[in-house]
Ligand binder design. Structure first.
Ligand code: NDP
Length: 506
């Protein structure tokens, strides 16, 4: 593998003991009612990183009861925007204080590079600060044009008890795209992190307690989708579910939540295209392609896993992408120079490889990679940077979320053809266009079916800008002021002024 930039095991010190994770229920740390636990083994180092309580029906029941009681008692709902903002700002400061501790556990549980984990934790603190700024802006409307006899007021109220279910790929960031907005709105919450990455959500619970969050306002139950996630989406005491994860589980959650007509917000998968026109700045575009597909080892809903390139520049783009891919440092996530770490589980690695071999058997041309990667000194699973050209729109690798460091390259001749390929997808999360012509970029932005369009960039995100998907990529929005609106309901108050009402019964 000398042709790739492989980072061998570093001399970074691993923790002496596993992190011990318990449920947070009504302000107290609890073992599981049935005493069960599970372990998370690091996908990069093969050591036990976390030993966690494994939740069951009784644990979820207690957590939902606590969240319901806290909401109904009004301890949080009745606080001022100023008080909510103060708490969220304190949490942001504590996240900054604990950045390195959180980042290390995030890296060891998920296999992502430590430099990226640190950046993610900093980004999360920024989101808590942004949500704090929104907490003081919540207001409704007044209607003073209903005639002399009426004044109408629309109040914005919290949705109520929210179930927050998160995945393993960005555990701390994703809970931070949901929880501070729910708290800013006045909701209470029950959170279930992925069983593969529970530690950092538990640390967030510690920080919330330290910041003064009242008991029962935020509860955490650890364990598996079945039974913990299922109970969180079916219990009638829960008013809303916000979920990030696979489209298949997202569809199941919509069905489960429909029995009690809960509000559901979903951030699901993507098969995100970047389209390159012949006038593109290829130096920037090729760097962005490499970043887009290998960031987080491709285990990213925003992965730029589909490149749609004009046929006049296709060969140049592919060969330059292959050359740059060889320079990307893949290997030990604890080495600060590493940009791509381990794959989350052996099963997931197999799934990635199956897509790649299937593409090769159906005419795809593997220009780089296409196999597991040996990282000297490490026990986990890694996958080589992989570039596949000659991919056509109907191949599974062009349509499904592979969730690995694998790039598919398709070609086009006209803008209409490029747009047709972009929109010929079940997903509609993100799309990108590379052209020096502003008219091409704007036409693309208008016609691409995606919740986010990037022009001449990829994956830049801001707490101020909403994020979410069309089609099977989800429903609802996170971040921005839209991210707060998800957790608010409108209540209409119609007031008659004076004794002006004529009797219905004479
Ligand atoms: P899942 O969608 O299976 O899981 C996400 C979260 O939902 C986890 O906390 C999981 O619990 C929980 N969950 C699972 N089943 C249920 C259920 N029936 N009711 C309520 N909650 C449930 O994602 P995975 O982690 O298994 O990843 C599988 C695939 O999903 C990936 O290969 C990738 O394609 C995609 N994915 C997409 C993400 C995105 O950001 N769009 C993020 C992560 C994954 P637990 O796993 O602990 O049992």
């Amino acid at each position: 593998m000398s042709e790739l930039n492989v980072v061998a095991i570093s001399n970074a010190k691993l923790p002496d003991d596993p992190f011990v994770a318990r449920h947070l229920i009504d302000g107290a740390w609890k073992d599981s009612a049935e005493g069960e636990t599970f372990e998370r083994v690091s996908p990069s180092h093969g050591t036990v990183v976390t030993r966690a309580a494994q939740g069951n029906g009784a644990d979820v029941d207690a957590a939902i009861s606590a969240a319901r009681k806290a909401y109904d008692a009004g301890a949080w709902r009745a606080t001022t925007g100023k008080d909510r903002a103060t708490l969220l700002l304190k949490v942001a400061d504590l996240i900054d204080r604990e950045r390195d501790r959180i980042a290390l556990l995030e890296t060891l549980e998920s296999g992502k590079p430590i430099s990226q984990a640190r950046a993610e934790i900093e980004g999360a603190a920024d989101i808590w600060r942004f949500a704090a700024s929104l907490a003081r802006t919540i207001h409704g409307e007044s209607h003073n044009t209903l005639g002399n006899d009426f004044l109408g007021v629309v109040l914005k109220e919290p949705v109520g008890v929210v179930s927050i279910i998160t995945p393993w790929n960005f555990p701390f960031l994703i809970v931070s795209q949901k929880l501070p907005f729910a708290l800013a709105a006045g909701c209470t919450a029950v959170i279930k992190p992925s069983e593969m990455t529970p530690a950092t959500t538990v640390i967030l619970g510690e920080l919330l307690i330290e910041a003064g969050c009242p008991a029962g306002v935020v509860n955490i139950v650890l364990g598996y989708g079945d039974p913990v996630g299922i109970a969180m989406t079916t219990d009638k005491r829960v008013d809303m579910v916000t979920f990030t994860g696979s489209t298949a589980v997202g569809k199941g959650i919509v069905k489960a939540a429909s029995e009690t007509l809960k509000k559901v917000s979903l951030e699901l998968g993507g098969k995100n295209p970047q389209v390159l026109f012949p006038d593109a700045d290829l130096d920037s575009a090729i760097d962005a392609i490499v970043f887009g597909v290998y960031f987080n080892a491709g285990e990213c809903c925003n992965s730029g896993s589909r490149i749609i390139v004009h046929e006049d520049i296709a060969e140049e783009v592919v060969s330059r992408t292959v050359a740059l891919s060889r320079d990307v440092p893949f290997g030990d996530p604890l080495d600060p120079s590493t940009k791509v770490g381990a794959i989350i589980t052996p099963d997931h690695q197999k799934k990635i490889d199956t897509y790649v071999q299937q593409a090769a058997n159906h005419g795809g041309d593997i220009r780089l990679g296409g196999a597991a990667l040996d990282v000297p000194g490490l026990k986990g699973q890694f996958y080589q940077p992989t570039v596949i050209s000659n991919v056509t729109g109907e191949m599974p690798i062009a349509r499904d979320e592979v969730f690995g460091p694998v790039l598919s390259v398709l070609t086009f001749k006209t803008l209409d053809e490029a747009i047709a390929l972009v929109n010929d997808a079940d997903y509609g999360l993100s799309a990108g266009v590379w052209s020096e012509n502003v008219h091409t970029c704007l036409e693309f932005a208008r016609r691409a079916q995606a919740g986010t369009v990037w022009t001449n960039t990829w994956m830049d995100g801001f707490a101020e800008l909403p994020f979410g998907g069309l089609k099977e990529s989800g429903q609802g929005r996170e971040l921005g002021k839209y991210g707060l609106d998800e957790f608010l309901e409108a209540k209409t108050v119609t007031m008659r002024i004076g004794k002006t009402r004529s009797p219905w019964v004479a």
